[in-house]
Design a protein around this ligand. Structure first.
Ligand SMILES: Cc1ncc(COP(=O)(O)O)c(C=O)c1O
Length: 373
C-alpha cells in the first residue's frame, strides 16, 4: 500500500497509541473528581495542557481541548464573535477557508453578524490588498487558515496580522492551522489557532483551540463547566495526553521530513504531460501537491491508482464524496476543463522515496491509457 492521502487523515503513530492506552488504563478517573485518582488524572491533564500550549508557541495561553479541527473552528468563531459583539459585527475570512469555518460563518450571519469574505488570487493565496480594503475599526474577528487543505497554498499570516493590528486593533485574529502543524513553523500573528490531532499522526476525535493569554471568548457548549467553563463535558484525559505526544513527535520531525524534495521531484515529473497543470503557486506547503488533468474526472485517476495500491484524493476528502464543485478551485478560477480532474497527493511520516518512484511509474501508465482513448 502507498498512502498519499495524509491531508485527509494520517495513520496514528504507534507511540501515540501507546500513550493513549497507558493513560486510558491508569488515568481513567474523572479529572473533576475530588479523590486521589481524580487528582492524578487532573495532574496528567494539566501537564498535557501545558505541553500543548508550549508546542503551539503560546506558553501562557488558554487551551480548549476539542473533538477535532471542526469543533475548534466552531468554538473559535462562535466564541470570539459572541464575546466581542459589543465592539462591532464585522467578521472577515478568506474565501478558501475549510467548510468548518465557512459554514459556521453562515450561522453567524443568521445571528446578525456581517460576514465578509476576502478574495484569493489564482494561486489560492489571500489577496492582502483586498484584506486591507475590507478591514475596518469595527472588525471583531478575522479568520485565515495557514495552509489550504486542497491546494497546499500557504497564507501570508504575518503580513495579514500586521494589517489587522493597524486597521482593526480590536479584532481577534484566528487561524486554522490544521494542515500546517508539524509541517511548517507556526507564524507569528494569530491570537488563536485550531489544531486536529489526526492530521499529524495523532488520533481522530481530538484537537484543540489555543488562544493567547487574555483573549476573551465565550463557550458554545454548555453543561458542567469543565475546562474553565469554556467547553463542558468530562475531559478526555487520555486524548489530551495523546494530543500532546502527537504534537511533540510532529514538532521534532518537522525539519527532517523530505517532503519538499518529493514534491519538487513530482512537479518536474508532472511537467512532462501537456494535459496536466500543477495547482497553486510554486511556494505551496511541502506535503501537499494538487494537480489537474484536463478532460478527465479526478475519481477516474483515484480509482486507477487504487488498482495499484496507491491511495490519493480528489481535491479534498470532504468534497470528494459530495461531488459538489470545490469552492477553493472556483475561488482560484481554475479553468473548467481542468476543474473536474483534480487529484491531491499528501505525504506523511510513513512515506518513503521508493513510493514516489513507484507512483511515477504507475501514473505514467495511467496517462498513456487516457491518451489512447
Ligand atoms: C484545513 C482544515 N480545517 C479543519 C478540518 C477539520 O478537522 P477535523 O477532521 O479534525 O474535524 C480539516 C479536515 O480536513 C482541514 O483540512
Amino acid at each position: 500500500m502507498i498512502y498519499f492521502d495524509n491531508s485527509a487523515t494520517t495513520q496514528p503513530d504507534s507511540e501515540v497509541i501507546r500513550t493513549f492506552s497507558a493513560a486510558s488504563a491508569s488515568f481513567f478517573a474523572n479529572p473533576s473528581s475530588l479523590h486521589g485518582l481524580g487528582i492524578e488524572a487532573d495532574r496528567l491533564l494539566e501537564r498535557s495542557r501545558m505541553q500543548v500550549a508550549e508546542l503551539a508557541g503560546m506558553r501562557d495561553g488558554t487551551v480548549v481541548f476539542t473533538s477535532g479541527g471542526t469543533e475548534a473552528n466552531n468554538q473559535a468563531l462562535f466564541g470570539l464573535a459572541r464575546a466581542n459583539a459589543g465592539h462591532g459585527k464585522k467578521i472577515l475570512m478568506s474565501s478558501v477557508e475549510h467548510p468548518s469555518v465557512l459554514n459556521t460563518a453562515d450561522r453567524l450571519r443568521c445571528e446578525g453578524f456581517d460576514v465578509v469574505t476576502v478574495a484569493a488570487g489564482p494561486d489560492g493565496v489571500l489577496d492582502l490588498s483586498d484584506l486591507e480594503e475590507k478591514l475596518t475599526a469595527d472588525t471583531i474577528v478575522v479568520s485565515v487558515m495557514h495552509v489550504n487543505n486542497e491546494t497546499g497554498a500557504v497564507q501570508p499570516l504575518e503580513q495579514a496580522g500586521r494589517l489587522i493590528r493597524q486597521a482593526s486593533p480590536r479584532a481577534v485574529f484566528h487561524s486554522d492551522i490544521v494542515q500546517s502543524f508539524g509541517k511548517l513553523p507556526i507564524p507569528a500573528g494569530p491570537d488563536a489557532i485550531s489544531l486536529s490531532a489526526h492530521k499529524f499522526h495523532g488520533l481522530k476525535g481530538s484537537g484543540a483551540l489555543i488562544l493567547k493569554k487574555n483573549i476573551h471568548i465565550l463557550p458554545y457548549l454548555f453543561g458542567g463547566g469543565q475546562q474553565g467553563g469554556l467547553r463542558s463535558g468530562t475531559v478526555p484525559v487520555a486524548h489530551a495526553a495523546a494530543l500532546a505526544k502527537a504534537m511533540r513527535l510532529a514538532h521534532e520531525s518537522m525539519d527532517r521530513t523530505p517532503y519538499r524534495e518529493w514534491r519538487d521531484e513530482l512537479i518536474r515529473f508532472f511537467g512532462n504531460f501537456e494535459k496536466i497543470r500543477v495547482i497553486g503557486g510554486t511556494d505551496t506547503a511541502p506535503h501537499i501537491l494538487s494537480v489537474a488533468v484536463r478532460g478527465i474526472r479526478g475519481e477516474v485517476a483515484v480509482n486507477a491508482l487504487q488498482e495499484h495500491g496507491i491511495y490519493v484524493s480528489t481535491s479534498s476528502a470532504c468534497s470528494s464524496r459530495s461531488r459538489r464543485e470545490s469552492h477553493v478551485l472556483q475561488a482560484m478560477k481554475l479553468r473548467e476543463d481542468f476543474r473536474h480532474g483534480v487529484i491531491r497527493l499528501s505525504f506523511g511520516r510513513q512515506n518513503k522515496l521508493e513510493e514516489i518512484t513507484r507512483f511515477k511509474e504507475v501514473f505514467a501508465g495511467f496517462m498513456e491509457t487516457i491518451e489512447r482513448v
